[in-house]
Design a binder for this molecule. Structure first.
Ligand code: URA
Ligand code: CA
Length: 433
């Protein structure tokens, strides 16, 4: 079978068989199918789409292009959560100890951040001593003993996806729903999940800016998961403004601690309870959403969730005393307030621009090799719908340099204030099962 025949078949709207997809992905992984042919194929898929069967076959072909993680040594149903990325999204830091505290085993593989979206590992590394350099055996042992552990992403996971994602990036084929869906799902499945809860973001700071696109992506991923035997559900959530109040690594750890204590921002708390309830039901530790939610709320109220977080931090070398003394976390040298220029109501906080403002401070990575400053970031005092007085602080900038005029300009550009009252946008905008 010649690769060119597969390309023309897809170009003309045909359906590739499982065998054809396997041969293509195997060839692309070992280098016998060159980039130029794979580019043509990606473009053909971009225009012609993929059938549900093709999407599932592509996902599994990518899963089997490299190492797969075997979590069968961990008791229970392993439910993983994936977010399609946003600004100031502290969900994993809260969710992992929260669901673990009610008996959902959390064996999490996480990555570092790139661009304006922060990575869970970066955030956790702002806890002095905390590290994810543990081997697989230790990882499984920790999950069995403590109920949760976080390990860095293996370099050998889904090499076909790594190559293809890089190729799509430079050939105008990133924005294809079947390609995005199979890319994300292949990584989740290769890292050993039995069941998957997806948080698909929509709005300004999200990958999918339009709700209709986010819905389509969610439906596509849920279909793939269920077809290949991993129960999958998706929650659609708003990313038109940053989640919570904190943007920046150590600031978000503080925010996670507050949330586990029951005094976190309302939107972050709600999202964690919603995603956590789905995880608990899929893991079989709660009979339904309502029962699960009650268990999670109780665990926050009685301190079990926070205790689990401490246990998790110290098991991986971290100084758990930061939980009771957050001032031990890295802290920036300077604080600058950003006062409102007029009274009124906040009508929008452009999430992506706020993320870029945090990047200017050094909170994010421009390239994979850049280093980041864990202490810096932005703390929002206002969210969409809040009223503001003239001169009242909209945000505090945590900086390690004295010149932040570009950051201030960026924040003013991102936050709109109007005279008339504004309804805050709903956080949860849909669900796909
Ligand atoms: N994230 C991924 O992992 N893959 C994509 O294709 C797009 C976003
Ligand atoms: Ca946040």
């Amino acid at each position: 079978m010649r690769t060119v025949d597969l390309i023309t078949k897809k170009r003309d709207g045909g359906e590739l068989t499982k065998e054809e997809i396997n041969i293509l992905i195997r060839g692309y992984t070992d280098g016998s199918v060159p980039d130029y042919q794979m580019s043509a194929m990606a473009m053909a898929i971009f225009f012609k789409g993929m059938t549900p069967t093709e999407r599932a076959d592509l996902t599994m072909a990518m899963v089997h292009s490299g190492e797969t993680i075997d979590l069968s040594g961990i008791d229970g149903i392993k439910v993983d959560k994936h977010s399609t990325g946003g600004v100031g999204d502290t969900t994993t830091l809260v969710l992992a100890p929260l669901v673990a505290s009610i008996g959902v085993p959390v064996a999490k593989m996480s990555g570092r951040g790139l661009g304006h979206t922060g990575g869970t590992i970066d955030k956790l590394e702002s806890v002095p001593g905390f590290h994810v350099e543990i081997d697989n055996e230790q990882f499984l042992e920790l999950v069995n003993r403590n109920g949760l552990a976080v390990i860095g992403q293996s370099d050998n996971l889904t090499p076909a996806d790594k190559k293809l994602y890089g190729l799509r990036d430079v050939t105008g084929t990133v924005n294809s729903i079947p390609l995005i869906a199979s890319s994300i799902m292949s990584k989740k499945i290769a890292s050993g999940a039995d069941a998957i809860v997806l948080d698909v973001k929509t709005g300004d700071g999200a990958f999918m800016k339009e709700l209709s696109e986010a819905e389509e992506l969610a439906a596509c991923m849920v279909d793939i998961g269920n077809r290949v035997g991993r129960r999958t559900i998706a929650v659609l959530s708003d990313m038109s403004q940053p989640l919570g109040n904190a943007i920046g690594n150590a600031l978000e750890v503080r925010e996670a601690i507050d949330t586990l204590r029951g005094v976190g921002p309302e939107d972050l708390t709600e999202l964690c309870l919603t995603l956590g309830s789905h995880m608990a039901v899929l893991a079989g530790v709660a009979s339904d959403q309502q029962a699960a939610r009650k268990m999670l709320e109780q665990s926050i109220a009685n301190g079990h969730a926070l205790e689990k977080f401490k246990l998790f931090l110290s098991a991986q070398g971290g100084d758990a005393s930061v939980v009771d003394e957050p001032e031990r976390l890295p802290s920036a040298k300077y604080r600058f307030e950003v006062p409102a220029k007029a009274a009124g109501y906040v009508s929008s906080i452009a999430a992506e621009n706020m993320g870029l403002a945090a990047m200017l401070l050094g909170a994010g990575r421009a390239t994979k090799e850049s280093s980041i400053d864990l202490a810096v970031g932005i703390f929002l005092h206002k969210k969409v719908g809040d009223s503001v007085k003239d001169g009242e602080s909209l945000a505090t900038i945590h900086a390690n340099g004295e010149s932040v005029s570009d950051v201030i300009t960026q924040i003013y550009k991102s936050i709109q204030i109007q005279e008339n009252p504004v309804n805050p946008p709903p956080l949860l905008v849909g669900e796909v099962k």
